[in-house]
Design a binder for this molecule. Structure first.
Ligand SMILES: *[C@@H]1O[C@H](CO)[C@@H](O)[C@H](O)[C@H]1NC(C)=O
Ligand SMILES: *[C@@H]1O[C@H](CO)[C@@H](O)[C@H](O)[C@H]1NC(C)=O
Ligand SMILES: *[C@@H]1O[C@H](CO)[C@@H](O)[C@H](O)[C@H]1NC(C)=O
Ligand SMILES: *[C@@H]1O[C@H](CO)[C@@H](O)[C@H](O)[C@H]1NC(C)=O
Ligand SMILES: *[C@@H]1O[C@H](CO)[C@@H](O)[C@H](O)[C@H]1NC(C)=O
Ligand SMILES: *[C@@H]1O[C@H](CO)[C@@H](O)[C@H](O)[C@H]1NC(C)=O
Ligand SMILES: *[C@@H]1O[C@H](CO)[C@@H](O)[C@H](O)[C@H]1NC(C)=O
Ligand SMILES: CC(=O)N[C@H]1CO[C@H](CO)[C@@H](O)[C@@H]1O
Length: 574
């Protein structure tokens, strides 16, 4: 099977081919959906964000290699008020479909909040948050809605419900849905989901994910002359999978297809960098790109996913001047200067209380003031989903990276704490805090502690050590470094004397892999909390830095993170 697809592919691949690396959207970027917009010579992709906010990032690229954050489709609480009371750590918004038609972008998605809802967002300007509409709310069947226009212009939603793929019309003015047709159950794999419908050469193609979003994940396809079937399954299914291989890239599936400006077809899919051992994958499910061929009247063929790929890429082109955010591989050098705003790629867990985050407040220029939340990142049994956390993060986008902030914090009440975290869910995170500990006498301490254990079964680290007296005069730099692909080092230093850097503890990256966060991926950031106490002392964070230092793309191969390679002025491909 592999041989035949690979052979078909090689025959069809033009000689003119460029190397590129996966993942194209590194870090937690699951369930990708993409569309190419010929008028703009630009491809746009979106991915799932569950209960992170803002959500549904829209990335733009002219060369399929460099991706810029154009906007966040979900960028104001009024769009989804109920995210506020979404209980599950893995609920919220996931598996969107992005499409473009006659000047308008459409993003359709299911929202698993207190009640499941279908949401359809639209814009004619993908580069501005505020241009995205409030959603049209409709009655979704299950999850993973796709939006499809039939030849007569009627709009159909295809979604995954109770082990089958269902379809119904959607009125774009009223949100009213039509009668439900059962389309297909797939080829027998578990969890048929993530459907996308395509119209090509007189056929309706229905492409879906099967096998569940784990090691058995795959993508299958069927076609029919009629929209409602009967469906003929592709004899070569699965169309795409890495199951039953020893590849480093696993869980490949939940794919989408698009055709670029030169007529070349491409697939995007989610994948986990873990090998079949599937234990160590702190970044969760990421977005990969694979070249495809789809000849007239034929089934599509997709090149199997690897870390280094080659395909008929468009020429390098970073000429995208618009957009709310930066390039995905750009390092963070965020100084919270007066008049600046929170960067577009920063996220909180559900809605933040915006008053708890103040940039350069009176008397504290070039800082972000964090007013502590009552609950810490875990909370107690009394924690309600609408209790905002003072927590601000960005994705871990690199196997190897260094993240640091300077923290000015003078706690006066026991249990006041401010620090840095690698966060997967409220039940799984690794924190290095500066805390006024209350055991015996009050003492300013570094507290390194772990919540949850994910895929890690060894002894959990944790310790509390006094902050040296001569460090207590100014701000303290807290740093998280992925020193190799299995270990984070948590370190501290006086901001004015970084050479005194002291590693407080090490933690295994498997602690933030799997477990309570099977669908999300690690974020790194800063927090402030009163740990249920009576304190209210703010923390001032400054000099926020994140720098990727390597991407592991195979068992024995770590390549420079793109940003580093470009900073060094080197070609980034080997
Ligand atoms: C969730 O919050 C919204 C307002 O933000 C409210 O209208 C709704 O009733 C709440 N739902 C539940 C189940 O608590
Ligand atoms: C498809 O799945 C549904 C729900 O599991 C089941 O009721 C139905 O019989 C299945 N259809 C076929 C053709 O297997
Ligand atoms: C396809 O649909 C048409 C009506 O639109 C119907 O006449 C025809 O029998 C259908 N074909 C199959 C194979 O079901
Ligand atoms: C960059 O794109 C703009 C339009 O978006 C165009 O006017 C300009 O000529 C382009 N610049 C280059 C160097 O291609
Ligand atoms: C703080 O976190 C711990 C677990 O890490 C939890 O047991 C405790 O109840 C939390 N307290 C508050 C007030 O959030
Ligand atoms: C959270 O919701 C509960 C009831 O649903 C309400 O009593 C409480 O005041 C809300 N808390 C916040 C911080 O809004
Ligand atoms: C990763 O780094 C830690 C800390 O330096 C070290 O103990 C461990 O052996 C390293 N692991 C590998 C696989 O290099
Ligand atoms: C992860 C996975 O799908 N493994 C499969 C590999 O192949 C054997 C036999 O074909 C299956 O039983 C496994 O489930």
């Amino acid at each position: 099977m592999w041989l035949s697809i690979a052979a078909a592919f090689l025959l069809a691949t033009p000689a003119f081919s460029h190397n590129y690396l996966n993942p194209i959207l590194p870090g937690w970027h699951s369930d990708p959906s993409c569309v190419h917009v010929p008028e703009q010579g630009t491809t746009f992709c979106t991915t799932s964000t569950f209960i992170a906010y803002p959500g549904l990032p829209l990335y733009a690229s002219k060369d399929l290699q460099h991706w810029k954050l154009a906007s966040n489709v979900f960028n104001r609480p009024a769009q989804i008020p109920n995210l506020r009371n979404t209980t599950s750590q893995q609920g919220g918004i996931f598996a969107p479909t992005l499409r473009y038609r006659s000047g308008t972008f459409y993003l359709i998605v299911s929202f698993l909040g207190p009640d499941p809802q279908g949401l359809l967002f639209t814009t004619t300007d993908p580069y501005h948050d505020s241009a995205w509409s409030d959603p049209l709310v409709f009655d979704v069947q299950g999850i993973d809605p796709d939006i499809f226009w039939d030849d007569d212009g009627t709009v159909y939603v295809t979604s995954a419900n109770n082990g089958q793929i269902e379809q119904y019309s959607l009125d774009l003015d009223t949100g009213e849905t039509g009668p439900i047709h059962h389309l297909w159950n797939g080829t027998g794999g578990a969890s048929p989901e993530g459907p996308h419908m395509f119209r090509k050469d007189g056929y309706y193609y229905l492409m879906i994910a099967e096998g569940g979003t784990e090691l058995g994940h795959s993508e299958t396809i069927a076609r029919s002359r009629n929209r409602t079937g009967p469906w003929e399954a592709y004899p070569g299914n699965p169309l795409l999978t890495n199951r039953n291989t020893t590849q480093y890239f696993q869980t490949v599936g939940h794919a989408d297809l698009f055709q670029d400006g030169s007529g070349h077809w491409w697939a995007v899919a989610l994948s986990t960098r873990s090998g079949p051992a599937w234990k160590n994958y702190p970044m969760g499910r990421e977005t990969v790109l694979a070249p495809a061929v789809w000849d007239q009247g034929e089934w599509p063929a997709i090149h199997p996913v690897r870390g280094q790929m080659s395909g008929p890429l468009p020429p390098v082109n970073k000429n995208i001047s618009s957009g709310e955010g930066g390039w995905i591989d750009q390092p963070d050098t965020v100084d919270f200067t007066p008049g600046s705003s929170i960067p577009e790629h920063f996220m909180s867990w559900r809605y933040p209380n915006t008053d708890d985050f103040a940039i350069s407040p009176q008397g504290h220029p070039n800082t972000l003031q964090l007013t502590p939340s009552f609950y810490n990142l875990t909370g107690t049994a009394a924690f309600q989903p609408n209790d905002s956390l003072t927590l601000i993060m960005r994705r871990q986008t690199d196997t190897l990276f260094t993240y640091s902030v300077d923290i000015a914090f003078d706690p006066t009440v026991a249990d006041e704490e401010a620090g840095v975290t690698v966060f997967l869910t409220q039940d799984q995170h690794i924190d290095l805090g500066i805390v006024l500990s209350s055991d015996g006498q009050t003492d300013l301490a570094f507290r390194f502690r772990v919540q949850g254990r994910g895929n890690y079964d060894g002894p959990l680290p944790g310790r509390t050590v006094s902050v040296p007296k001569d460090w207590q005069v100014g701000s303290i730099r807290l740093e998280i470094q992925a020193v190799n692909d299995t270990t984070y080092a948590f370190a501290a230093a006086p901001s004015t004397s970084p050479s005194q850097r002291n590693v407080i503890g090490y933690a295994d990256t498997r602690i933030v892999s799997g477990g309570t966060g099977p669908f999300t991926g690690s974020l790194v950031g800063a927090y402030a909390t009163k740990n249920g106490g009576s304190g209210s002392t703010p923390a001032y964070i400054s000099r926020w830095r994140y720098q990727g230092q390597g991407q592991k793309i195979d068992y024995d191969r770590i390549v420079p993170s793109y940003g580093v390679a470009e900073l060094d002025g080197r070609m980034r491909l080997v």
